[in-house]
Design a protein around this ligand. Structure first.
Ligand code: ADP
Ligand code: MG
Length: 477
């Protein structure tokens, strides 16, 4: 029998805010001296009172709206009680029955087909501290405790690993565009929990078990875990048994999982409303204000670039990879009406310009070429004022020194020479210097190409190749 996976994801995102979820201590804890970003609220000291971070709430609503969720205009925080050393209060402040957002969706595109993955809920909570084990010792660092987290929970709508990976990448890109989270996985800013079961391929309905794998810190590991679990669960099902409903953990980065605990002794978190924080009450005006701040999403940009400018999806993908790139490109094509011009701009941007940047390991924010100047360059190229070779030289000058394309062309005399009399003397000199090749030209077409190349070399690429070709043909016949 062949099986297909049924998958639901829970994704944690660290929200980009200056301070923690419920107190004023700094949230950018990464790489700082342990236990220096702590205060009475973080440590749960008696009498300390949590106050929700306004910006974190706003960013959570921003993501909920972007994923087409409904908003609970009346929401609240709840205590999720459990004991763990990295949880100083003995409970985590989270949201239970009234999450900020619910019932949304995000689309994934599988072989040209859009499929909707439903979002069950989006809520806010706080991160835990970090435990490190050193021999018999466990060391605790509470800098991360209380950092704002958004949790996104999907319905079990994924039926292939490709859908899961695409969803994860799109969500990462989306939260970066919207400035909700940097979602840097190496810093633990985006983490996954995989819920997975298998069913007979093509059947529907949910299997009556699911396996949960916690704390997956990268998209590539997520992919490996799905592959591992598919094999493991298929072998059990093939033997006529049902996989245990359990929580599994990662052994290492290979994707192999090991049983941790059975789900039968279901967690009893004794959720109850957080008594120290008044409920959240939003009004329409506030939600509309946040809605008006939403930026165009990368996938939308991609289809718009295709419709407006004829930019191919592969090229668009490179441009939309970050908001900075997309904005740079959009500035460069401002006022451009010809698709041909926009496409050429895109080509020069991701080809030559990115090539120069890559060699120097710099990003667009450090680049001296203004987007408008790349446009001028392309316009000169298309009007025949510059040849490809010259345009490359001008771009490199702009890249090294800044300035406008026009200035550089004039100052350096880089314009295409199509003045026939000037070219004729160069052609004659080349013919005189290569008698053998000239003798060969009647039967060997490559000989003419060689001569043309020599002329281009003599003129440092500034000759108009069409004119050179015409003069050469005239001289040789
Ligand atoms: P729990 O109460 O164990 O947290 P939920 O029903 O709330 O379980 O679902 C948690 C996650 O598991 C959700 O992302 C959901 O989509 C996913 N899920 C639920 N049932 C299945 C299943 N049979 N196979 C795979 N994933 C599932
Ligand atoms: Mg779960």
């Amino acid at each position: 029998m062949t099986y297909e996976p049924v998958i639901g994801l829970e994704i944690h995102l660290q929200v980009k805010t200056k301070t923690k979820m419920f107190s004023r201590v700094r949230a950018d804890y990464f790489n700082h001296e342990p236990n220096t970003f702590v205060d009475p609220v973080t440590l749960g000291l008696p009498g300390a009172l949590p106050v929700p971070n306004r910006l974190a709430v706003r960013k959570c609503i921003r993501l909920a709206l972007t994923l087409d969720c409904s908003i609970n205009m009346h929401s609240k925080f709840d205590r999720k009680n459990y004991f763990y050393p990295d949880l100083p209060k003995g409970y985590q402040i989270s949201q239970y029955d009234l999450p900020i957002g619910y019932e949304g969706f995000m689309e994934v595109d599988v072989d040209g087909d859009d499929r909707r993955i439903r979002i069950r809920r989006i809520h806010l909570e706080e991160d835990t501290g970090k435990s490190m084990h050193d021999g018999d010792l466990t060391l605790l660092d509470f800098n991360k405790a209380g950092v704002p987290l958004i949790e996104v929970v999907t319905e079990p709508d994924f039926v292939s690993v490709d859908e899961v990976l695409q969803f994860a990448k799109r969500l990462r890109q989306t939260v970066r565009y919207l400035d909700i989270s940097d979602a840097d996985m190496e810093k633990g800013q985006m983490r996954f929990e995989l819920n997975m079961s298998l069913r007979e391929a093509g059947s529907d309905g949910l299997p009556d078990y699911k396996v949960e794998v916690k704390n997956i810190g990268s998209i590539s590991v997520l992919e490996k875990v799905i592959a591992f679990e598919t094999k493991r669960q298929a072998a059990i099902l093939a033997g006529g048994k049902t996989p245990l409903q359990e929580t599994r953990g990662l052994r290492d980065m290979t994707g192999e999982t090991v049983a941790q605990r059975l789900k039968e002794d279901a967690d009893d978190y004794r959720y109850f409303p957080e008594p120290d924080i008044p409920p959240l009450q939003f009004d329409e005006h506030y939600i509309e204000e946040i809605r008006s701040e939403l930026t165009e999403l990368p996938q939308h940009k991609k289809s718009r670039y295709f419709n407006d400018f004829g930019i191919e999806p592969d090229t668009a993908e490179v441009i939309i990879a970050s908001r900075k790139r997309a904005e740079w490109f959009e500035q460069a094509v401002t006022g451009v009406s010809e698709k041909k011009t926009a496409k050429e701009i895109a080509k020069w941007m991701i080809g030559d310009l990115f090539g120069l940047m890559k060699a120097d390991r710099i990003g667009l924010s450090q680049v001296k070429v203004a987007p408008e100047q790349l446009r001028s360059l392309v316009v000169m190229l298309q009007s025949g004022r510059l040849s490809g070779t010259l345009a490359k030289q001008v771009l490199e000058r702009m890249y090294r020194e800044g300035g406008t394309a026009e200035e550089i062309v004039e100052r350096e005399g880089l314009e295409v020479v199509s003045d026939e009399s000037a070219l004729e003397s160069v052609v004659d000199a080349v013919i005189a210097a290569n008698p053998k090749v000239v003798a060969d030209a009647a039967k060997n077409p490559n000989a003419v190409k060689f001569l043309l190349g020599q002329v281009m070399r003599e003129t440092k690429g500034s000759a108009d190749p069409k004119s050179v070709d015409r003069i050469l043909q005239k001289r040789l016949s």
